[in-house]
Design a protein around this ligand. Structure first.
Ligand code: GAR
Length: 222
C-alpha cells in the first residue's frame, strides 16, 4: 500500500494487572493511555486494591481475580486470561502484581507480558526487593522492566536504570527515589512495545534489542 509507511498505528490494547496502590497504573493512565496504547482492562488480585479506583475513575473496566476464589492457580489464570482476551488485550503489564502467573497464561500471551520490579535484576528478585537491597547494604538501587517468563523476575530485561543512594536508610526513602524512575521506565517500555521496537537477539535470547530510533530519550521524529 502506498501510504502504509505513514499510516498511524492503532493504539495497542493493554491490560494491566495490579495488587495494590497502583501508582504505576496511574503513570500509564497519565502517559500512554489514549496515545500509543489503550488500557482496555485492569485486573486485580485483591478486591481492596486502590488501583481499581484509579482505573474506574478513567472509565477502564476492572475485575478481581482473587486466588482464594478458585480451586487452584491454573483455574485463576485461565479465568483471568479469558477476561483479558475478551477485552482484546495484546500486551499484559504487571504493575505491582504480587502473584505468579503459570506457563499456560504466559503461553497464551506469548512474549507479551512485562513487569516492573524495584531492583537491578538479577539482584533481589521476588517480594521485598527494596528491603533485600537495604539488608545487603548496596549503594546503588534501581528499577528493571522485563519480559515475564515462568521464573520469579527472571525474564529478559527491557529497560533498567540505576539510582545511587549511598546513604539510604529506610525502604520509604528508597521507594521515594525509585518511584519516578518506575513511572518513567514502565510507560517507555509500553511505548517501545507498541511501536514494535523490541526484539530478541537471535544469538542470545536473553538480550532484548530495541531499534535505535526508538531508544529512550531519542525522538523518532514521527
Ligand atoms: C512497585 O514498586 C513495583 O515495582 C513493585 O510493586 C510496587 C507497586 O507499586 N513490584 C514488585 O515488587 C514486583 N515484584 P504501585 O502499586 O504503586 O504501582
Amino acid at each position: 500500500m502506498a501510504h502504509a509507511a505513514s499510516t498511524p498505528r492503532a493504539p495497542l490494547a493493554v491490560a494491566v494487572l495490579v495488587s495494590g496502590t497502583g501508582t504505576n497504573l496511574q503513570a500509564l493512565l497519565d502517559t500512554v493511555h489514549g496515545q500509543e496504547a489503550e488500557i482496555v482492562a485492569v485486573a486485580s488480585s485483591s478486591a481492596g486494591a486502590p488501583a481499581l479506583t484509579r482505573a474506574t475513575e478513567r472509565g477502564v473496566p476492572t475485575a478481581v481475580f482473587a486466588r482464594a476464589d478458585y480451586s487452584d492457580r491454573a483455574a485463576r489464570d485461565s479465568a483471568l486470561a479469558d477476561w483479558l482476551a475478551d477485552r482484546g488485550a495484546r500486551l499484559v503489564v504487571l504493575a505491582g502484581y504480587m502473584e505468579l502467573l503459570g506457563a499456560a497464561f504466559l503461553e497464551r500471551f506469548g512474549g507479551a507480558v512485562i513487569n516492573v520490579h524495584p531492583s537491578l535484576l538479577p539482584a533481589f528478585p521476588g517480594l521485598g526487593a527494596i528491603e533485600q537491597a537495604l539488608q545487603y547494604g548496596v549503594k546503588v538501587f534501581g528499577v528493571t522492566v522485563h519480559f515475564v517468563d515462568a521464573g520469579i523476575d527472571s525474564g529478559p530485561v527491557i529497560l533498567q536504570r540505576a539510582v545511587e543512594l549511598p546513604s539510604a536508610g529506610s525502604p520509604e526513602e528508597v521507594l521515594a527515589a525509585l518511584r519516578p524512575v518506575e513511572h518513567a521506565l514502565l510507560p517507555e517500555a509500553v511505548r517501545l512495545f507498541a511501536r514494535g521496537a523490541l526484539s530478541v537477539d537471535p544469538a542470545n535470547p536473553r538480550r532484548v534489542v530495541m531499534s535505535p530510533k526508538s531508544a529512550p530519550g531519542v525522538e523518532s521524529g514521527g
